[in-house]
Design a protein around this ligand. Sequence first.
Ligand SMILES: [Cu+2]
Length: 141
Amino acid sequence: MRRTATICCVALFLTACASSATIEVRDAVIAVPAGPATAMYFEITNTGEGPDRLVGVQSEIGIAEVHRSYFDGELMHMEPVPEVIIGGGEVVVFAPGGLHIMLLEVAALEAGQTATVTLEFEVVGKIEVKGRVVPYAEIAP
Ligand SMILES: [Cu+2]
């Protein structure tokens, strides 16, 4: 009986290790001039061994959605992305022309301010990200 309990604990511990993800979000910026819609960009690093998934986003400054820009011929479009997988040891960059956090119906923002967006990950849970508001020209490719 006692031995069974020990084996169970070891098994649980190994499972937890195998699925460990550690998420860091850095260099978060929000572009202005914004109008009612703008975007947040950053870099997500998973320093753990297991994968994690970005599954949701909220913000107090407006409606927030995970989007991806893509080209169809010469025209750039964008679409909502239901999830973004960040593998163990991987870095996923959100940048102009690619993945971004779309911010809709935002009040006026000015360069120098900061605004908070909450990212929701499947494994590590919610992470609050403070973005610096910067002129778009500073971050455009
Ligand atoms: Cu968008």
